[in-house]
Design a protein around this ligand. Structure first.
Ligand code: ZN
Length: 138
């Protein structure tokens, strides 16, 4: 069995962002040489997410507004977590959007649905953070 590990690094200048990382995951898959297997992609931070959905800017704005209604950033004093930090909302946004995705690899390609793309969701940016790509198979 082959195995390949790769870290993707991000330094988002804003607090929140939604980044299509499908090309980077495809690069990792090409490096792995795996034809049949599984690809895991997970955020390595508790205030960021990896998820699959449509690459449509209106939808990303809808997500952002929906998440901000669910867990508003301000006032930061509303959260017990925010003693010496201000990112409780980011922990909650990440929880809703999920930690990781697993994608099948078939004939050397990510076996995604027609409109499926892989995203890194940042909820507490303005610093270096990373996601893990782990590929196993034959
Ligand atoms: Zn925190």
């Amino acid at each position: 069995m082959k195995s390949h590990r790769k870290e993707l690094w991000f330094h988002v200048p804003t607090r929140r962002a939604y980044i299509n990382i499908t090309p980077q995951v495809e690069d990792a898959l090409a490096e792995s040489g795996v034809q049949e297997g599984l690809c895991l992609v997970n955020a390595m931070h508790i205030t960021a997410s990896v998820f699959i959905n449509d690459d449509e800017p209106g939808l990303h704005q809808d997500y952002d507004e929906w998440l901000e209604r669910l867990a508003p950033h301000a006032p930061v004093e509303q959260y017990r977590h925010n003693v010496g930090e201000d990112n409780a909302d980011a922990h909650m946004k990440r929880q809703v959007m999920g930690r990781e995705v697993v994608v099948a690899i078939s004939q050397g390609r990510l076996d995604l649905g027609t409109w499926e793309q892989i995203f890194y969701g940042e909820f507490d940016g303005r610093r270096k953070k990373r996601a893990l790509v782990k590929i196993i198979g034959e």
